[in-house]
Design a binder for this molecule. Sequence first.
Ligand code: PMM
Length: 278
Amino acid sequence: MSAVIMGIVNVTPDSFSDGGRYVDADVAIAHGLKLRADGAHILDIGGESTRPGAERVDPRVEQERVLPVVRALAEAGIVVSIDTMNASTAVAAVEAGARIVNDVAGGLADPEMLAAVAPTRADLVLSHWRGHSTDMYARAQYDDVVDEVVTELRGRVEAAATAGIAPSRVILDPGIGFGKKGAQNWAMLRGLERLVRVGPRVLVGTSRKRFLAETLADDPADADEAQRDLATAVTSVLAAQAGVWGVRVHDVAGTRDALTVARSWEEGSRWTSSTRSR
Ligand code: PMM
């Protein structure tokens, strides 16, 4: 069992768990380098918060935030992903060295996204999405969340193929916390294997999300960052066991250790940092 670890670098003043910590480009770059040293295989740079109720950000402001960080980390030899719903930001970030475009809207927020990414060499994360975070919970209505997410993501794979993006360049993401409330997220995670069977690589992001806090404490505000990171490491291991390709996390070191321990269990042997395959 193994999974690619995507470390999160949010260059935003208002992301729900780390907003404001890395708004300064130099601080964000230093944080990215630390996450790489901790074991991240990919760094995901974002300049627009998607927390529930977040206001949209002008793409020019988004680009001012992310491009210096993308450029510096790509120049350091790191595989960089750009977390954006805007085609113009995606293209500018790829020009600055990003190799993956991570669109939490699955190409649905910006009608130009698929056509913009197609002629680049970038891979594309397509997440399950039903609308912007201002009203995404109103759309969290499912008869069978796994069935509907799988069907809707199959549709996005087809749309990408029509735009000229082969399934081998696509990474699917169930969009945990996006248009899904508490138990719907657990149902989706329980059914991950069905999404894995669709074909393209699958990425999962549970990191520090509210549904974890709701499970840990009567009042989610009482679940602190350490508790949320531990819960993230557990869900990331279980996702890897379900066959996902990658996990997107804030606490790279904790998830790295959890995956190493799980691999030792699976192999029935001792893994060390020198035998660990990165
Ligand atoms: N979650 C957030 C932002 N970007 N991208 C992908 N592919 N999957 C996710 O689950 C995801 C994402 C929200 O979390 P953050 O504000 O802590 O980055």
